[in-house]
Ligand binder design. Structure first.
Ligand SMILES: [Zn+2]
Length: 269
């Protein structure tokens, strides 16, 4: 589906319901290394053919600039809107080294922090790496796509692994934003009981993704029903105007805006 075709809101949502805008993949190196072809198996995934326009289905694309963040913050303030920002705590470079988001993108991080202080941005954890770094499996493949390696919380990985990654991700983001971040957006909507257990252990109280609402110990799982989720890819490729137009459309449809974490307060769980 092309970004322009996204429905701004869920078809069941009534007027006056709040909508949470959510942007994913901030600081994730998957935008650089996740390369696969729309044609799936076969010629489309052969060597550089994956990168040709028309065959390229995801990356590579650049990180959003600080100036784009500043424009978005202005738009959110003037439209009385809010945005939940799902940040991957570390960029993974080609060698598999992890670089914390505020070190890799200091100006962008500072711009986002100013939006948090202004009350229009909320931070969520979008994993530590977004990808599998063992055996460099995140790297582009010569003859096939690598999408399956750009998911972090794979169900077969043990509890201790989940706990280690989430501990590190939360520490990086908590320290920089000077806030106890308690919201996880699992990359690719993929998480397991081990992820939820690790969240419970770390005081991460909310998980939001494309799933059913539920509750597990102290962790609330919020569906995407009232969430308009998109990626930095849309802003990079279609411009800040693309987001502004969606905000205007959602307002015209009679909705107002809240953060993803505010949805948990309204949930009946
Ligand atoms: Zn993602």
């Amino acid at each position: 589906m092309k970004s322009e075709d996204y429905l701004p809101t869920h078809p069941e949502i009534k007027k006056n319901e709040a909508i949470a805008l959510r942007i994913d993949d901030i600081g994730a190196s998957s935008k650089f290394f996740e390369i696969y072809s729309k044609k799936g198996k076969g010629l489309g995934n052969f060597l550089f053919l994956k990168l040709l326009p028309g065959l390229r289905a995801w990356g590579p694309y650049r990180e959003m600039k600080a100036s784009e963040w500043q424009s978005i913050i202005q738009i959110l303030r003037s439209e009385n809107a809010k945005l939940t920002v799902a940040i991957t705590a570390s960029w993974v470079d080609f060698s598999g080294t992890l670089i914390p988001f505020p070190t890799k993108f200091p100006e962008e991080a500072a711009a986002i922090k100013s939006g948090v202080n202004a009350g229009v941005l909320e931070i969520a954890i979008h994993g530590l790496t977004h990808c599998q770094i063992e055996n460099h499996s995140f790297r582009p493949k010569l003859f096939r796509g690598n999408r399956q390696f750009h998911r972090e919380f794979l169900p077969h990985l043990p509890y201790e692994w989940h706990l280690k990654n989430l501990t590190q991700a939360k520490k990086i983001l908590d320290e920089y934003f000077e806030f106890n971040i308690d919201l996880l957006i699992p990359p690719g909507n993929l998480f397991s009981d081990n992820t939820t257990r690790a969240c419970n252990q770390l005081g991460i109280k909310l998980i939001n993704c494309k799933t059913k609402e539920s509750q597990s110990e102290n962790v609330k799982i919020i569906s995407n029903r009232n969430v308009f989720a998109f990626h930095d890819k849309e802003v990079v490729e279609l411009g800040v105007k693309w987001l502004h137009n969606h905000i205007l459309k959602i307002k015209t449809d009679g909705h107002h805006f809240c953060f993803v974490s505010d949805l948990a307060k309204k949930s009946n769980l």
